[in-house]
Every structure is written in C-alpha cells, then in structure tokens.
Design a protein around this ligand. Structure first.
Ligand SMILES: CC(C)(COP(=O)(O)OP(=O)(O)OC[C@H]1O[C@@H](n2cnc3c(N)ncnc32)[C@H](O)[C@@H]1OP(=O)(O)O)[C@@H](O)C(=O)NCCC(=O)NCCS
Length: 198
C-alpha cells in the first residue's frame, strides 16, 4: 500500500541475518594443533572428565590410516571436532566435542551426520561410541540419531569426590554404500568385541 505524501514512515524493518549453518570439513594434515585446541575447548571436567589430547596425539591420529577427523565451522570459524576410528567393517567415535560457546546451534548434529556418512562411504556397518550416563546433552543427541544402548562400563568416568559415572556403550547400524548396491547387510565385529558389553 502506498503512503500519502507527508505521512510518517512506519517502523523501520529490522534486518536479522539468518543463523549460520554448520559446515563440516575433513581435517587436513596441518590441523593437529587446531584439533587439540578444539578438544580442550570442548571438554571440561564437567563434560566427562576426559584427558585433553595434545597436538602430537592428534598428529598421530591424522597420520594413521584407520582414523579420520572432521571439523565443524560456523561462518568459517572452527567450533568442534569428531574423531572416528575405522576397522574391520566397523567404526568407533573416539571423541566428539563442540566449544561451549557454540553449542545448541547444530554443530554436534552436523558432525555426527557427517561421521555416519563417512562410515557408510567407508563400508563400516556399525558405529559404536561411549557416553557418560550423566551426559544428558550427548545422550539425547545420540538417541535422536537412532543409537541404541548396547552395554555399560560401571563407574568408568571419575568425578572427583563425586560418584563416578557409568559409561554407556551405544551403537547404530549403518547402511553402507555396498549394502545399497547389494540390497543386503554384512557387518564385522572387531571394534564391538573390544568395547566392553557388560
Ligand atoms: C554433546 C555436544 C557435542 C552437542 O553439541 P551441540 O553442537 O550443542 O549439539 P546440537 O546443537 O547439534 O544439538 C543436537 C541435539 O542434541 C541434543 N542436545 C544438545 N544439547 C543438549 C542439552 N544441553 N540438553 C538436552 N539435549 C541436548 C538435542 O536433541 C539437540 O537437538 P535440538 O537442539 O534440536 O533440541 C556438546 O554438548 C559437547 O561438546 N559437550 C561436551 C563434550 C561431550 O560431552 N562430548 C560427547 C562425549 S560422548
């Protein structure tokens, strides 16, 4: 509708830019220090009490043929990581973390979606991970992605003077690219047999 001349303008439109979408990329050979920094920024004592992984450890993982690292970015800025180990037709999440100030913006979900795609592309028919029973954020994320609780390790995560937390072992079946081609599923068992199923 056209306003008559001299009529005061209406309220100014507020321009809100859309929230940036998480973008996941594979880690490069020179990302070891960045991966270590992201891991340190993601894990505090309250997030599972895990030890911080050094750049040297990350470098070894990047060099290893069985491990893959992915980095998530928002507006081109790195916010989190996931490390995946592939072996014998199965896979394991070694670690997943998002910087505390970047959470609830889809980064964790984007990392896990990419990790699942990576497994499917690599022929890994099952993906395992461990999560502390008191880590509600991670447990909710995994359960919403279709992971099932397949085992536990009692009192696995130390909590200072508090009660140690149990580790829940979660797993998810994955349709690999070969499954789609053959119309069938075939899974190995090597990683699963290494993870305690008590
Ligand atoms: C777990 C973690 C990676 C999630 O990352 P994130 O970027 O915040 O996750 P997302 O924004 O993609 O959230 C995806 C879903 O996870 C669940 N979720 C995430 N944070 C949650 C919280 N604090 N409480 C309950 N559910 C939560 C929700 O279902 C969420 O979907 P929604 O936002 O549509 O409700 C992050 O909290 C983290 O780094 N924690 C510390 C390290 C850690 O515990 N790693 C996992 C070890 S097993």
């Amino acid at each position: 509708m056209t306003r008559p001349p001299g009529f005061p303008p209406g309220p100014a439109k507020t321009e809100t830019s859309p929230a940036p979408r998480p973008v996941v990329r594979p880690a490069e050979a020179d990302d070891a220090a960045l991966l270590a920094a992201l891991h340190a920024a993601s894990f505090t004592a309250s997030a599972g009490g895990r030890e911080v992984w050094s750049a040297d450890v990350m470098e070894q993982l990047l060099r290893g043929s069985g491990s893959r690292a992915l980095i998530v970015e928002l507006d081109g800025r790195p916010q989190g990581l996931v490390l995946v180990r592939l072996a014998g037709g199965e896979a394991e999440i070694l670690t997943l973390g998002v910087r505390a100030d970047a959470r609830r913006r889809g980064c964790g979900r984007a990392l896990m979606d990419s990790a699942l795609d990576l497994c499917a592309d690599s022929g890994a028919g099952r993906l395992y991970l461990e999560v502390a029973d008191d880590n509600l954020a991670a447990r909710t994320l995994y359960q919403n992605l279709g992971f099932s609780h397949v085992g536990s390790r009692k009192a696995y995560y130390k909590r200072g003077k508090g009660r140690p937390a149990d580790a829940f072992v979660f797993a998810k079946e994955i349709k690999t690219r070969d499954d789609f081609r053959a119309g069938s599923t075939c899974h190995g068992t090597s990683i699963g047999s290494q993870i305690g199923k008590t």
